[in-house]
Design a protein around this ligand. Sequence first.
Ligand code: 6PG
Length: 233
Amino acid sequence: MTSTFPDAERVAEAAAERVEGAAREALRARGTLRLGLCGGGTPRRLYQILAGEPYRSRIDWPRARIYFADERALPSDDPESNYRLVRETLIAPLGLSSDQVFRMKGEEPDLDAAAAQYEALLGGPLDLLILGVGEDGHVASLFPGSPLLRETVRRVAAVHDSPKPPGRRLTLTPRALLEAGKVLVLATGAEKAAAVARALDPATAPEECPAALVRGAEWLLDRAAAARRAVPG
Ligand code: 6PG
């Protein structure tokens, strides 16, 4: 399903409403919310909105567990670290405790070992996963042509040759994306329009445009990002 909003702020507000709904559902069904978050610029505003009222009070944050969709191979305080983004916008403002935050250890020299450790931490499916889309159609750190797009067993893997810097990363695999209870894909801005159109075209294979993996997810777009879709929503 796709929904189109006038601008990026409306996309972030709509996403926050959906996070609240999914949180309620997960907390009612399982008593916990396993939330997977991506990095990049697009979700920043969403995280800020979630950390402020009314969502600060409406979501039962002490019962949430924060996981990551991907991480760059950098120290956790690097300005480009996805953990740092989420810490500054959501974790610190909400005062979440360290035992409810599960970060990918991008600073580990052995990224394959770090991926295996994260796989053990993650355990099973996420309740809700927030994803952005790259201009090349990547999601998490699954890039076009990556052999990880054919990975069916592991939920987490190391990336050694990402075309988007930094080249080394950790990422959830297609398995983890596909088994999440709910996936929200956010895309804003004209530079995302071509990737969005390709991903939502049923003829597109994930090898060519990894975002096609989550074509069936809920997509929240601004007008600019939705502009090249065959059937604007
Ligand atoms: C990352 C992200 C990545 C991101 C897209 C879109 O760490 O690079 O998790 O998958 O969502 O690259 O990034 P922007 O939102 O900055 O365009």
